[in-house]
Write a new protein. Structure first.
Length: 486
């Protein structure tokens, strides 16, 4: 496994937490401690903030090409270390090595994408309607930013936030999830190696998120928050940001519907379901939670899905041939157990899985449920695990109504061979993204984000850098006939 720094990165220097505290990092496949990293407190957060604020003016004035070249070099370094970074990620997060390798290349693509976007920051020029002045529009970096990343895609989510911030000319404080800081520390070391100046990126690993983040958001010097995590925490952070009107972008929870119509290609739909459900062991905000299948094909769909899910190999992510690794921790598995038990008590039938295996590690088998009571808790909860609930529907209106019957609106999946129906349902779904006859929507070139309580703003795509840029309007009076007067 690649060796990474275990300290905080502040003003370009790797250093211990001010109080000497450390945070244990567990291997979810065994429950044993992998290592310890520095556990930052409020004093460390202030030092990181000082560093980011001090570096902002000079970094914001750096040539866009120079910022892009740093990201390009980081992209190339990441690709040269795919296997090492994948092993690091699997060790701290649990996903199988093959999937971890995929995330490493996915993360690298964000660095490459935003290396190219750095030189495409454009303003504007025009004339006011009454002809009295010319209008000059400048684009400027928002300023020092706090970036908070989740544990489920530890390298990709770091790259998806750091990439546009660097490209736009913002300095940063990056706080990774306490379960998976090693991938973030590795990314920070790579960016430092690629030539990122001291103080531009500061990393604070901590188990005390509230103590570290709230003073930053309410102190008046942090001008931007980018957060990926639960809706519950997102609401709390929004309230804190309101005190000093910090600009925010948030990718929050999801409860994705997966809708299969009677004219769908069933093989294609099952393939899509496997991707939408089992990517990252179901521990993804884009994971399909609720499978609504037309009554004429619901039983056959569930049977095929159960056969495919039951054939997956469960085990430690580092073991050859494993397709499903452990869940992130004991709490994550306990949540899945409770949701499945509740559904079964309400009459759900288990086609495959549904029982926690004995032994070490936080494993849970791929599970398919049918005859699910709509009142079951898993219908209104972000499952974050390898559990698929299949429910029948009778017509399009019912399918859309039930798909939209949730507080979240991140992504939806639709399978149909009818063009009119496809476009109509995509328009009617209350989501920010739709997978039409596909179970995969994430791509660095596409805007990622949702509506309703799934968040604010977008990451990735051409709009991703916009979240880190402000407009500045300059009025230039029109002077006529060489006169000094307008």
């Amino acid at each position: 496994m690649i060796d990474v720094p275990k300290q905080l990165l502040i003003a370009g220097t790797w250093q211990d937490a001010a109080d000497g505290g450390t945070l244990p990092i567990d291997d979810p496949a065994t429950g044993e401690i992998l290592c310890r990293v520095a556990d930052a407190g409020p004093k460390d957060a202030r030092l990181a903030e000082d560093a980011a604020v001090a570096a902002q003016s000079q970094w914001g004035g750096t040539a866009p090409r120079a910022r892009g070249e740093i990201l390009r070099r980081a992209y190339e370094i990441v690709l040269s270390r795919v296997d090492e970074l994948a092993l690091l990620m699997t060790s701290e997060m649990g996903k199988p090595l093959a999937e971890a390798r995929g995330e490493v290349t996915y993360a690298a693509e964000f660095l490459r994408w935003f290396s190219e976007e750095a030189v495409r920051i454009e303003g504007g020029w025009g004339t006011l309607p009454d002809g009295s002045a010319r209008m000059l529009l400048m684009r400027r970096p928002v300023g020092p930013s706090l970036l908070i990343t989740p544990w489920n895609f530890p390298l990709a989510m770091g790259a998806r936030k750091v990439g546009p911030a660097i490209a736009a000319g913002c300095t940063m404080i990056l706080k990774p999830a306490p379960q998976t800081p090693l991938s973030t520390l590795a990314l920070a070391a790579i960016l430092k190696e690629a030539g990122l100046p001291d103080g531009v990126l500061n990393v604070v690993t901590t188990s005390r998120a509230g103590e570290v983040c709230e003073p930053l958001l309410t102190g008046g010097r942090i001008r931007k928050l980018s957060f990926t995590g639960s809706t519950e925490v997102g609401r709390l952070l929004l309230a804190q940001c309101a005190r000093t009107v910090v600009r925010t972008s948030m990718e929050l929870g999801g409860n994705a519907p997966f809708v299969v119509f009677d004219d769908a290609d069933l093989d294609r739909a099952v393939d899509g379901a496997m991707t939408a459900k089992m990517r990252n062991m179901g521990e993804a905000c884009t994971a399909a939670n609720r499978f609504f299948v037309h009554r004429s094909t619901a039983e056959e769909f569930a049977r095929r899905l159960a056969r495919r899910m039951g054939a997956l190999v469960v085990g430690p992510g580092t073991r050859e041939g494993v397709e499903v690794g452990p869940l992130i921790d004991a709490a994550g598995r306990a949540k899945i157990e409770e949701l499945v038990a509740d559904a079964v008590e309400r009459g759900a039938r288990v086609l495959v899985g549904g029982r926690t295996p004995e032994g070490t590690g936080w494993f849970y088998p791929p599970t398919v449920l049918t005859d699910v009571d709509p009142a079951s808790r898993l219908m209104d909860t972000e499952i974050f695990g390898p559990v698929a609930a299949v429910l029948p529907f009778d017509d399009e209106d019912e399918a859309v109504r039930r798909a939209n019957d949730t507080a979240w609106g991140l992504v939806g999946y639709v399978f149909t061979e009818g063009l009119d129906r496809a476009l109509r349902v995509c328009e009617r779904l209350e989501v920010g993204m739709v997978g039409l006859n596909t179970g995969l929507v994430s791509n660095p070139a596409a805007p990622f984000g949702g509506v309703k309580q799934s968040g604010l703003g977008r990451e990735g795509g051409r709009v991703g850098i916009e979240e880190f840029l402000d407009y500045r309007y300059v009025a230039v009076p029109v002077r006529r006939g060489g006169s000094d007067r307008p």
